[in-house]
Design a protein around this ligand. Sequence first.
Ligand code: NAP
Length: 316
Amino acid sequence: MESFTVLMLRAMDDYLEQELGCRFRLLRLCDSPPDRRDDFLRAHAGSVRAIVTGGGDGADAALIDALPGLEIIASYSVGVDRVDLARCRERGIRVTNTPGVLTDDVADLAVGLAMATLRRIPQADSYVRAGQWKDKGYYPLTTKFSGKRVGIIGLGRIGLAIAKRVQGFDCPVSYYQRREQTHPGYTYYPTVVELARNSDVLVVACSLNEQSRRIVDREVMEALGPKGVLVNIGRGAHVDEPELVSALVDGRLGGAGLDVFANEPNVPEALLELDNVVLAPHMASGTHETRTAMADVVLANLEAHVLKKPLLTPVV
Ligand code: NAP
């Protein structure tokens, strides 16, 4: 397998990079300066047979077309919304992702963000650190999480894991997705607006596609209302971000716990000023345990491809 050339787009997990380097011929696009990347691609175009990418980078048609020998794209993520799947299908290029192994971590962070937003945990931490407890007394009262009505957009692997967790907090669960499933105990709403109207906490956990882009728009935020909290662990593009900022600033939406943003790593300045939001740097799957498990899935898919065995987690 040492002659099978894998192109890595940016520096990734150390373990993944090390194992890729041991098992394959590894090229790192990120080693060449941004203005030399086209030259780098041209120089290696004939030899690259696999791309290892992440959810944020994906692989667009221009990159795919620049590599005539490309056979497989292995994404170190479950979301492949930035991989041009249509072009891959046209060219017969296989695509894999890392579903399942990250579900627990992402669900944990969703619940953590909901709780941190309602109970203002980061703000309370800053209060103690700044000595305000001594100066001003106890922190102002916050809002209870247990028992809140949790609405989930996308009751897939991660959505179901969130539902399971919040049931432990006595939260009634309802959901919206394109196809109603038989989930005893979980209420289905046929539109996101109806789901939002009947939720205290609305969690975005669906995959990103043309129908779910900006699925949380002004109407949904109005339906969630001034006491409602939005949690987004899906993708930034699921939410109309300018509308979100103005709803939070105006108090038309109660709060937000956000792991993902429209233009990462840029976060709207206005959000940084608000104390009804909790912000995370797209870290939902970012634990040692899970990133190693994700790396193993990437490696196993590449090895299966080279050995002409069935891929473990094929998308295309
Ligand atoms: P999954 O098991 O495939 O579930 C996706 C869910 O989204 C399904 O319930 C699906 O139901 C629903 N869905 C798809 N398109 C929809 C639409 N247009 N409107 C409403 N619902 C829709 O995927 P998963 O493993 O749970 O992962 C879900 C997403 O989480 C990923 O695609 C990724 O974007 C995001 N994620 C984020 C992080 C992070 O670091 N923040 C980490 C991992 C994953 P229907 O097909 O019936 O609509």
